[in-house]
Design a protein around this ligand. Sequence first.
Ligand code: NAD
Length: 263
Amino acid sequence: MNFELKDKVVFISAASKGIGRATAELFIKEGCKVAIASRNQGNLISAAADIKKTLGVEPEWVVCDLNKAEDIETAVHEVNRTLGEIDILVNNCGGPVPGKFDELEFKDWEQAADQVLFSALRFTREVLPAMKAKNWGRIINITSISVKQPIDNLMLSNSFRSALIAWAKTLSNDVGQYNITVNNIAPGFTLTGRLYELAVTRAKERGESHEHVLSSMTNDVPLKRLARPDEIGALIVYLASVQASYITGQTIAVDGGLIKSTY
Ligand code: NAD
């Protein structure tokens, strides 16, 4: 299928590793001009070099800490200058710290709000004027299955990701008239550093090994395996495509059937 994405400018935040990086590779394979961002320059340089080695194309990269408003503004301006105005914005972020309500300090809430919610708002404010002017755009937020089924001990993720999808739905109503779609992806257990960290935390709480935790997570999934990051990225690329022009305001899980509800 030809997704008609050639030469579209794609910006993906928090993309030196994991789902963000896998998504960047898929967009490059579609012939897009891709920029990846992350807070760590060393990780970005090595991700860009690895991608060049495997795909023959080096993504643009820009250092951007999602907890710093000024980094977000600068990153978008830099990509506009080097690649052109952004057509497809993928809002990804690092996962906020785990914890229950009475274990979290107010500064944890502030940092998670910046990381998960305000970063997406800030990027979107930067890119929307150009999308409206072109009468075309895609905004895709990477969230979590926690928006459909809250996950124990992830108070911050559960709270701010739900706010994010409410914002995205409202935004999709406002910008649909400009052919701009806004959707959310809710990944299930995906083989990345974040999942490993969560397994280690859960293992400590329960006095088990992280291998045991990972295997019991796997067992909970009807498909009996964890997701590969590119299986999440594949839906993101589809949602950006012309074929997905009539899909907006949705939150779609890619979770191997893990969520137990029917919607
Ligand atoms: P990951 O840990 O593999 O990668 C996270 C990326 O975010 C890295 O590139 C890291 O450098 C970057 N990052 C972290 N903090 C940042 C900051 N302040 N500023 C800029 N960049 C920052 O994570 P992943 O598994 O690819 O997860 C991506 C998102 O999906 C996360 O929000 C995660 O919570 C969520 N998620 C993951 C899973 C899973 O099982 N892996 C499941 C559901 C949701």
